[in-house]
Design a protein around this ligand. Structure first.
Ligand SMILES: Cc1ncc(COP(=O)(O)O)c(C=O)c1O
Length: 403
């Protein structure tokens, strides 16, 4: 049953149902918000059919539908592109979304992809599962070793994929040398810069073509957002945007807004976290025989210390991995003994967290592959936060005393 009309603006009659259902409008204001608002609108109002043509043909700037582009996505994309020294960026629903978009854009059936054998587990799974099913052949190699990189790139490939600082063994690759090898066989170099962030490394300066991020980690910085970004040339990013729109996994406006807010303190957080991490790595190195290996590129004794000084600036990152002699039992005892540092299968938060790669990020690889790549059951991965160093060391002492 319809409700009878009521007087509307200017006395013109209108009905309650209509007012309830109407598209709302922002109130007039001679000021504007000091921070970018969250634009939660899925579609956008277009003033004419001609404007629609202009938008689709690139003659006018603006938004039509948030799966293909939204103001909060664009603010994040431009910010990360600027931080990475890239022409353009694309926000995704997660880091894996950004990696998948980058790889799906650069690969077709029959292509060969050369991947580092020290990669975030699900990236390897993407290559071995869905991309293999589409006819892409993945070759894994130790790309931190120049002879093995040369062997892997002796024949043509479409993409080479590595992490600036690898998960979880924090291995580096000689990016300029790898970019030369990749380009010589016609491959694009895709670098996952999640662990380093542009605060420590800008891979494009070293020859990378595409840089991807799990913005869930340091860019967001507070473990409250799942988000990803890829950056590269205008041409590549516009192809990736079409791929992403077709697969339907863009980033939500709220997540992009949170990541942009996180990035405001990126430099401050990284400065403190990486200084803490360097001190924690030094502490663990001399802490006792319970520890059989400490992985941190900034340690003077690290096998890749010289390369780390060439590639990384402002410190060496906030991730530290270490292996306990007593394997899984020791790792379990260590985790239980901690009072502050939580077991959290992620990284990049302001608080220090701990992860057990063989039970989480690298679980899907299987025991044989994990053993072969040095991800043993005694390995723990610390994401060092911004707390006071003394409190962190005191907590690690509790853990070590227990094993
Ligand atoms: C190096 C690296 N790349 C990518 C990802 C995937 O990111 P997300 O969880 O946002 O999909 C992760 C997640 O831990 C990661 O560590």
């Amino acid at each position: 049953m319809l409700v009878s009309p009521m007087p509307g603006p200017g006395g013109v009659p209108e009905h309650l149902e209509t007012v309830c259902a109407e598209i709302d409008q922002p109130p007039p204001s001679v000021t504007r918000p000091a921070v970018m608002p969250i634009v939660a609108s899925a579609p956008f109002v277009v003033d004419s059919l001609e404007t629609l043509d202009d938008l689709y043909e690139g003659r006018a700037e603006g938004f039509v539908y948030s799966r293909g582009g939204n103001p909060n996505q664009v603010v994040l994309e431009r910010l990360v592109a600027r931080l990475e020294g890239a022409e353009a960026g694309l926000a995704a629903a997660s880091g894996m979304g950004a990696i998948a978009a980058a790889l799906m854009t650069g690969l077709k059936a029959g292509d060969r992809i050369v991947a580092s054998d020290s990669l975030y587990g699900p990236t390897a799974t993407l290559l071995l599962g869905p991309l293999a099913a589409l006819g892409v052949r993945a070759v894994f190699a130790d790309l931190s070793d120049s002879a093995s990189a040369e062997r892997a790139l002796a024949e043509p490939a479409s993409i080479v994929v590595v992490e600036t600082i690898s998960n979880p063994l924090l291995r580096l690759v000689d990016l300029p040398a790898l970019a030369r090898l990749a380009h010589a066989v016609g491959a694009m170099l895709v670098v996952d810069n999640t662990f380093a962030t542009p605060y420590h490394c800008r891979p494009i300066e070293f020859g990378a073509d595409v840089v991807v991020h799990s913005a869930t980690k340091y860019l967001g910085g507070h473990s409250d957002v799942t988000n990803g970004v890829l950056v590269g040339t205008e041409e590549f990013v516009s192809q990736a945007r079409a791929t992403m729109s077709a697969f339907g996994a863009p980033a939500s406006p709220f997540d992009c807004w949170l990541t942009v807010r996180g990035i405001k303190t990126l430099a401050l957080r990284m400065e403190r976290s990486s200084a803490n991490a360097a001190a924690v790595a030094a502490y663990l190195t001399g802490a006792g025989q319970q520890i059989v290996g400490v992985y941190y590129p900034g340690l003077p004794s690290a096998p890749q210390a010289a390369l780390a000084c060439r590639l990384l600036r402002n410190g060496f990152g906030a991730m530290v991995s270490f292996e306990l002699a007593g394997g899984e039992a020791a790792a379990s005892t260590f985790v239980r003994a901690l009072r502050r540092i939580r077991l959290v299968p992620s990284l990049g938060d302001v608080s220090t967290t701990l992860s057990h790669p063989s039970k989480t990020s690298h679980r899907g690889l299987g025991e044989a592959t994990r053993e072969a790549t040095g991800i043993r059951p005694g390995l723990l991965r610390l994401s060092v936060g911004i707390e006071h160093l003394d409190d962190l060391i005191a907590d690690l002492e509790l853990g070590l005393a227990a094993v």
